[in-house]
Ligand binder design. Structure first.
Ligand SMILES: Nc1ncnc2c1ncn2[C@@H]1O[C@H](COP(=O)(O)OP(=O)(O)OP(=O)(O)O)[C@@H](O)[C@H]1O
Length: 351
């Protein structure tokens, strides 16, 4: 397996509309490592769908280069255009499954037939097709629903059928374009957990396009934030959700770790009080911090704000504390916290 599943290099997509040019995607470059769950997040209209449609050339870039699983699919620059042949593209597209917000199931066919339909051109005999479709249904937890019709299933179950169908040709990449956007929170989480399970079981690369930050936080390894056709930021969940100071990113991912925004919403003045933001990566650490600071350094820390968020299975805590004590002791206490792998940000005078 190649290490990079998708590589975008200087990809731009323009649409001409009423004599105007819409720059849906502008000079985007990044790569998606194989075997990861990779999020592409941003507001509606940011260019996410247009960008991922260039992966299987459902959308041709206006310029730039797209390579998938080590093979160059498309390149257009000042020297001209090179493109994979239609025949090769047909073969390569089998390695890329897609699911969408709308399940697009065939209503007159049973669940099993819907999945089997995707294997029509696989070269397998009918019996083998039925067996494989049944196995795929088992993979998505729908073994008992083979003979049901789509209308008899819930939205979450229908999306499972769509996932089974998308996996029919054993793809290496699964693109999920807002696949949970029409589902309630419980079904959303179940589908996300299923994607994670498939990622782990089969090493499937999952590209998760969504405007729902909770979805990204639940299962992604890395995330790209897009805004107005451009990549604003790329990194691990912690880098993007916890550490980023980029204002566009913060607006999109929320202010859960932005101490100044939190304090402002609580009407707390940062100028006159010795406030410190502490970020830590283990749940057990928060209580001892406060106790230790007093016991070791006679620095009292009163908690102004505290919260814990989960990123996948990684809890990340934030505390804003007001420190009181001798100046030198406060300094030593802060050094001690840094040694404990607690990120310390002093907020006095910060804007
Ligand atoms: N075929 C098209 N013709 C003209 N404009 C288009 C076309 N497809 C997309 N656009 C425009 O390109 C921009 C990016 O759209 P895109 O659908 O990629 O965004 P998105 O981030 O996926 O948002 P959404 O989740 O709402 O689809 C938008 O301004 C959109 O109106």
């Amino acid at each position: 397996m190649t290490e990079t599943s998708v590589n975008f290099k200087n990809v731009s997509v323009d649409f001409k509309q009423d004599k105007q040019t819409i720059h849906a995607v502008s000079d985007v470059s990044f790569s998606i490592p194989a075997g990861q769950i990779f999020g592409i997040a941003g507001y509606s209209g940011a260019g996410k769908s247009t960008l991922v449609r260039t992966i299987n050339l459902l959308q041709q870039p206006t310029s730039g280069e797209v390579s998938v699983l080590g093979k160059q699919f498309f390149k257009k620059d000042e020297h001209g255009t090179t493109e994979i042949s239609a025949r090769e593209l047909r073969t390569e597209r089998r390695k890329i499954g897609m699911i969408f917000q709308h399940y697009n199931l065939l209503n007159q066919k049973t669940v099993l037939e819907n999945v089997a339909f995707a294997l029509k051109h696989s070269g397998l005999k009918e019996k083998k097709i039925a067996a494989k479709a049944q196995q795929l249904l088992a993979d998505v937890g729908l073994s008992d629903y083979a003979k049901h019709y789509p209308a008899q299933l819930s939205g979450g179950q229908q999306q499972r059928v769509a996932i089974a169908r998308a996996l029919a040709n054993d793809p290496e990449i699964l693109i999920s374009d807002e696949a949970t956007s029409a589902l309630d929170p419980e079904n959303t989480n179940q589908i996300l957990d299923l994607l994670k399970e498939l990622n782990q079981k089969y090493g499937l690369t999952v590209i998760l396009i969504t405007h729902e930050m909770d979805a990204i936080k639940r299962i992604c390894d890395q995330v790209v934030i897009m805004d107005q056709g451009k990549v604003v930021e790329r990194g691990s969940l912690i880098e993007v959700f916890v550490e980023s100071t980029n204002p566009v990113t913060r607006k999109i991912v929320g202010n859960d770790f932005d101490a100044l925004a939190i304090l402002q919403s609580m009407n707390i003045d940062t100028q006159s009080r010795n406030l410190v933001k502490l970020v830590y990566y283990s749940q057990e650490i928060s209580q001892p911090i406060i106790v230790d600071l007093y016991a070791k350094y006679q620095v009292s820390a009163s908690i102004v704000y505290a919260d814990i968020e989960e990123f996948g299975s990684q809890p990340v805590g934030i505390m804003i504390v007001e420190l009181n004590g001798d100046d030198d002791q406060v300094r030593t206490a802060l050094d001690y916290l840094k040694q404990l792998d607690v990120q310390v940000t002093e907020l006095r005078g910060a804007k």
